[in-house]
Design a protein around this ligand. Structure first.
Ligand code: NAP
Length: 280
């Protein structure tokens, strides 16, 4: 484990994943710590699966204040915890470790990251289609269920995974080829199509298939405006960016760890400024 022995344990935060790749979480949380005049540092801890057990033992021994958890550890960390929040239990995966009354707990703030940007539109959400059936899709299904959307469907390239996810959440599966056939009040993209890199010029939705669609929520946040969003906006459809999800899941983590609420507008500006610099 790469925990820095010279840092005060109570001020240590970080993110585990493998491969960790580039993450904006250190930017957000280190800004938050500075902004709140709190001591400490948030660092990347690239942790291969074989070293997860050792990481968890050390995180516990050193009482590491807060850990963000990303692929491939979101389910694998669960047996090492003392308890789960309702949201983590609903998703069946954890993206945040935090301490409560001496217990090491797991939460899933991705759900809140999805709920928050949709809250003031929830009355208009009658039908929602989730594209993809991986971890982010599970969080989307939990969030849309929590919001009380009456008709939620899942479509995935590999049909069996859409069916399994739909069964888990009591929803319905739609064949991938028929995804654009209905007037969805909300379409959620949880596939990596549109993401910087090999998928950047791709979209999970046909450009002529926006008739009747009310809102698009693209979980991809780098770039902030994806091809899906550009085409939806050209068709007059409102869009939410994955940056909103990233921001809100991060603000919720920060509050769990420190008890402090960060200013949403300023935090967004910090992320946007960095995206502009890095070409996102
Ligand atoms: P995952 O578990 O690997 O799931 C990826 C899903 O995308 C699978 O259902 C997969 O379908 C589908 N997919 C992959 N390539 C595809 C393609 N070429 N065409 C059609 N479908 C394809 O990944 P995840 O953890 O759910 O994350 C998915 C995305 O969500 C990430 O890429 C990231 O951009 C985004 N995300 C954003 C945030 C945020 O804060 N904004 C947080 C978490 C995730 P198959 O089952 O057929 O393979």
């Amino acid at each position: 484990m790469q925990l820095n022995a010279n840092k005060k344990p109570q001020g240590q935060y970080g993110i585990i994943g493998w491969p960790l790749g580039h993450t904006k979480s250190p930017l957000l949380h280190n800004w938050g710590l500075k902004e709140s005049s709190l001591p400490g540092v948030y660092v990347p801890w690239p942790t291969e699966p074989a070293k997860l057990k050792a990481f968890m033992a050390e995180a516990r021994a050193r009482h590491i204040r807060g850990v963000s958890v990303t692929i491939p550890h979101k389910q694998a960390v669960m047996p090492y915890l003392d308890g789960l929040t309702d949201r983590a239990r609903a998703v069946g995966a954890v993206n945040t470790l935090f301490w409560r009354e001496g217990k090491l707990m797991g939460d899933n703030t991705d759900v809140l990251g999805i709920v928050k940007p949709l809250l003031d539109r929830k009355d208009g959400l009658k039908t929602a289609l989730v594209l993809g059936a991986g971890g982010a899709a599970r969080a989307a299904c939990a969030a849309l269920s929590e919001l009380g959307v009456p008709d939620i469907a899942v479509a995935n390239r590999t049909a069996a995974k859409a069916t399994a996810l739909a069964v888990d959440f009591g929803l319905r599966a739609v064949p991938w080829e028929e995804r654009a056939g209905s007037p969805w009040s909300l379409v959620v993209n949880t596939t990596p199509l549109g993401m910087l890199g090999e998928h950047q010029n791709e979209s999970p939705w046909p450009s002529d298939g926006f008739a009747g669609v009310g809102l698009v929520f693209d979980f991809v946040y780098n770039p902030v405006r994806t091809r899906l969003m550009a085409e939806a906006q050209e068709a007059g459809v409102a869009c939410l960016s994955g940056l909103s999800m990233f921001l809100h899941q991060g603000l919720a983590q920060f509050e769990l760890w420190t008890g402090k609420k960060l200013d949403e507008r300023r935090a967004r500006q910090v992320l946007m400024a960095d995206m502009a610099l890095t070409g996102g």
